[in-house]
Design a protein around this ligand. Structure first.
Ligand code: CA
Length: 411
C-alpha cells in the first residue's frame, strides 16, 4: 500500500499510520484537523468540504466531534483516507487545485492540542516503576503496596495544564521539606520527566454505565506520547495521604499526533503474566498490550546533541489499557470524548529502560553524563526533554513523532 505522496524511508507516518492531529498552517489563524503522511499534513476539513469524506466532523478546531462519532466512523474515515491517498486513485492525485489547498508541508504548520481534554487520569501501571519508586520513597522490602497487584492504581490529574509538544515548561515553585529542616517554599530542585503513553477516549458513556473490559477498545480512539513532568521534592512532601497534587499539575506534555488502534493492530501482543490472577471484571482472553519502542533524550542548553537516557517499551506495562478503562468505569464513572488517560511511567526490567530520572540516577546517586561533559541527576533549566516512540515489524513502521519540552527557570 503506497501513496502518490512520497513517504521517505523510515518515516513515522506511512499510509498505514494516518494519525490524527489539529494544525494551523503558517500564515493562517484557523486551526483544523489533519492527518500526517510522510513530511506532509492533509487537511481533513478541506477534504470534507470537497465531499471526499463521508462525514461532517472536521470543521472545528479539535477532534472531539470525530472521537464522539465512534469506532465504525473512525474505521470508515481511515479506510476512505487510505483509498483517497493511495497511488492508484486519481481523484485527489490528479486534482492539483485541491492538492494545493489541502496538503501542507509538515514544516509549514503549527500543531496544537488535538482535543479539548475534559478529564485527565494518570495510572501507575508499570510494576518495575512502582517497585523502584516504592523502594526509593519507602521501603525496598515492601515496595509494592498491598493493592497494587489487584487493581490498576491511578489518580485524577489536571487537564488545564496539558500542553502540546514544543510548549516550554516553567520549573514550578512549591513547598518542600528536607528531612532535618522546616518546610520552605521555592523552586523545585528535583524536576523530572515521566515517560508515558496515553489514550484518548470516545464516543463517551453515560453516568452509571461501566465499560466492560471486552468492549474497551470500542472506547479508545488512539494513543499519544505523554511526558508527565514531576517535581520529586514537592511530591515527596505532599503525597501522603492522598497522592500526587502540585508535584504533577504544573505541566503535562503530549505529542500532537494521535496514533489509532487500527494502525497499531499489527503490534498487539501479550502483556506480562499477572499473578495473582485479576478479578473477573479485569480479565479478558485477548491481547491488549502493544509492542511500541520508546526512548527519552535530554538536549542540554547550548547543545544540539540528543543524549539518550532511556530505551523502553510500552509492552512492559503490567496493567493494560482494557483493564485501566474497565477499572476506571467499574463504579459507574462516565467518560467523554477527548478524555486523556495516561499509562503511568513505563519502566522496563533493565536499568537502561527506566522511564524517569528518579530511577535512572537512583535519586541522584548515579548521575548521567551528557555529551557536553555536564552531569544530570534531574532536569536542569534550559534542558529540552524529547520522547519518541515507534512500533516496527517486517518493514512496517508506525511512529508517534515526538513530544518535547524545554525547561525554563522558575519565576
Ligand atoms: Ca505519572
Amino acid at each position: 500500500m503506497r501513496s502518490f505522496i512520497d513517504v521517505p524511508p523510515g518515516s513515522d507516518f506511512p499510509l498505514q499510520n494516518l494519525p490524527y492531529g489539529v494544525f494551523i498552517p503558517n500564515g493562517s489563524t484557523r486551526a483544523r484537523p489533519g492527518t500526517a503522511l510522510g513530511d506532509w499534513v492533509v487537511d481533513l476539513d478541506a477534504l470534507e468540504k470537497a465531499r471526499l469524506l463521508p462525514t461532517s466532523l472536521f470543521s472545528g478546531d479539535s477532534l472531539n466531534d470525530f472521537m464522539a462519532a465512534g469506532r465504525e466512523t473512525w474505521t470508515l474515515v481511515r479506510t476512505t483516507l487510505q483509498a483517497l491517498l493511495s497511488e492508484s486513485n486519481g481523484r485527489l492525485r490528479d486534482d492539483m487545485d485541491l492538492r494545493s489547498l489541502a496538503i501542507f508541508p509538515r514544516q509549514a504548520v503549527t500543531m496544537i492540542l488535538p482535543a479539548k481534554i475534559g478529564d485527565y487520569t494518570d495510572f501507575y501501571s508499570s510494576r518495575e516503576h512502582a517497585t523502584n519508586v516504592g523502594s526509593l520513597f519507602r521501603d525496598p522490602a515492601n515496595a509494592l503496596l498491598p493493592n497494587w497487584l489487584h487493581l490498576p492504581v491511578g489518580y485524577h490529574g489536571r487537564s488545564s495544564s496539558v500542553v502540546v509538544s514544543g510548549t516550554d515548561v516553567r520549573r514550578p515553585n512549591g513547598q518542600t521539606k528536607a528531612d532535618d529542616a522546616d518546610p520552605v517554599f521555592g523552586p523545585s530542585r528535583l524536576l523530572d520527566f515521566e515517560l508515558e503513553v496515553g489514550f484518548f477516549t470516545g464516543p463517551g458513556t453515560k453516568l452509571g454505565e461501566p465499560v466492560p473490559i471486552e468492549n474497551a477498545t470500542e472506547h479508545i480512539f488512539g494513543f499519544v506520547l505523554v511526558n508527565d513532568w514531576s517535581a520529586r521534592d514537592i511530591q515527596k512532601w505532599e503525597y501522603v495521604p492522598l497522592g500526587p497534587f502540585l508535584a504533577k499539575n504544573f505541566a503535562t506534555s503530549i505529542s500532537p499526533w494521535i496514533v489509532t488502534l487500527d494502525a497499531l493492530e499489527p503490534f498487539r501482543c501479550a502483556g506480562p503474566v499477572q499473578n495473582p490472577h485479576p478479578l473477573p471484571y479485569l480479565t479478558f482472553d485477548k491481547d491488549l498490550s502493544f509492542d511500541i519502542g520508546l526512548e527519552v533524550s535530554i538536549v542540554p542548553p547550548h547543545s544540539n546533541d540528543d543524549n539518550v537516557v532511556c530505551r523502553s517499551n510500552f509492552k512492559h506495562m503490567y496493567w493494560n489499557i482494557g483493564q485501566q478503562l474497565a477499572h476506571h468505569t467499574s463504579g459507574g464513572c462516565n467518560i467523554n470524548p477527548g478524555d486523556l488517560m495516561a499509562s503511568g511511567t513505563i519502566s522496563g526490567p533493565e536499568k537502561g529502560s527506566f522511564g524517569s530520572m528518579l530511577e535512572i540516577t537512583w535519586r541522584g546517586a548515579h548521575p548521567v553524563k551528557m555529551s557536553d561533559g555536564t552531569e544530570r541527576k534531574f532536569i536542569g533549566d534550559g534542558d529540552t526533554v524529547i520522547m519518541r516512540g515507534a512500533a516496527e515489524k517486517d518493514g512496517l513502521r508506525i511512529g508517534f513523532g515526538e513530544v518535547s519540552g524545554k525547561v525554563l527557570p522558575a519565576r
